[in-house]
Design a protein around this ligand. Structure first.
Ligand SMILES: [Zn+2]
Length: 310
């Protein structure tokens, strides 16, 4: 759905409002200009922000009312015609209920179109539900009405599954396959919503799973590696070290440990770190002497002094 920016112009003041509606459905003659002007007269430098909110609320009301009035203006014949045409431009302007199936749909629904005499029209999902109808499982009218993004929800559900059961995905290809999208589209969605690739997300999920197991079980490292989906102990070891700076065995001893050593990655910007650590020479909670950094930190449930020699 496209969005339209509506710009209201008052003396010496521009007010912009975003309206999430299709371009074609927004007509200036539909806007209640008298009401907008009367609000506009209240706009002054002092209460500009609150006036803006007032205007925005008015706009929201207007959008809702327009939609509803729209139903009243559109004839049943016209709505039925748009419904049969499966025109997505009319989604949200009305909902169709089918008496024979007890289901309500968006005008664009791809399900088989019923006979005219079995169709009723509703301004909202609530109205359709209160008439005893159920939401269609094909076109998801409720998702549309609450502005949900079913595509994002699909990807989120898939990512949650990868994170909780990484071993059930052999590789990135298996994730793409499960997503139901093509390779390009799947990669695009992962990049867009999770800023990563399916392969990277899977690897991180495997590492996280092994971390949980290492701290909560006595299982041998090899078992933990295989349970998380790593194909070999060496791949597990190498990636674990790369991500955490610790060997799996060292990570396991963290619980209750009083000290630990992290291997920094190659070319780690130590000089930068040193500068950052010593930027406040009067700090009472941290200090850098030579290569030893000391800080007093508070963690949930305890206070401690942290030493770090680099
Ligand atoms: Zn439907």
């Amino acid at each position: 759905m496209g969005s339209t920016i509506v710009m209201f112009i008052f003396p010496k003041r521009f007010v912009f409002m975003c309206v999430q509606r299709p371009h074609s459905s927004l007509r200036s003659e539909d806007l209640p200009w008298e009401e907008i002007r009367s609000v506009g007269r209240q706009v002054s430098d002092e209460n500009w922000i609150s006036s803006f909110k007032l205007l925005r609320n008015l706009q929201n009301d207007t959008t809702r009312r327009l939609r509803y009035n729209g139903d009243m203006r559109i004839s049943d014949t016209k709505m039925y015609e748009r419904f049969v045409a499966g025109d997505p431009e009319w989604n949200g302007k009305f909902f169709t209920g089918v008496l024979t199936t007890g289901i309500y749909c968006l005008p664009s629904c791809k399900a088989r179109k019923p006979k005219r005499e079995n169709v009723r029209f509703f301004p909202t999902c609530e109205a359709a539900r209160s008439a005893g109808l159920r939401a269609c499982k094909k076109c998801h009218p409720d998702d549309f009405a609450r502005g949900a993004d079913p595509l994002l929800e699909t990807i989120e559900a898939l990512v949650a599954e990868v994170r909780s059961h990484p071993a059930s995905f052999k590789d990135a290809r298996a994730i793409v396959h499960r997503s139901g999208f093509g390779v390009t589209r799947a990669f695009e969605l992962f990049r867009q919503h999770f800023h990563t690739t399916p392969a990277d997300l899977l690897l991180r999920a495997r590492i996280e799973a092994t971390k949980r197991q290492l701290l909560s079980s006595e299982a041998p490292l090899t078992t933990i590696a295989y349970d998380a989906g790593f194909e070999s102990h060496s791949t597990f070891h190498e990636n674990f070290r790369r991500f955490t700076g610790l060997t799996p065995a060292a990570f396991r001893t963290l619980d209750g440990a009083t000290s630990f050593t992290i291997a920094l990655p190659e070319n780690y910007p130590l000089a930068y770190l040193r500068r950052a650590f010593s930027r406040d020479i009067h700090s009472v909670t941290e200090r850098l002497v030579g290569n030893t950094y000391t800080a007093a930190v508070q963690l949930p449930g305890c206070r401690l002094v942290l030493y770090s020699a680099t």
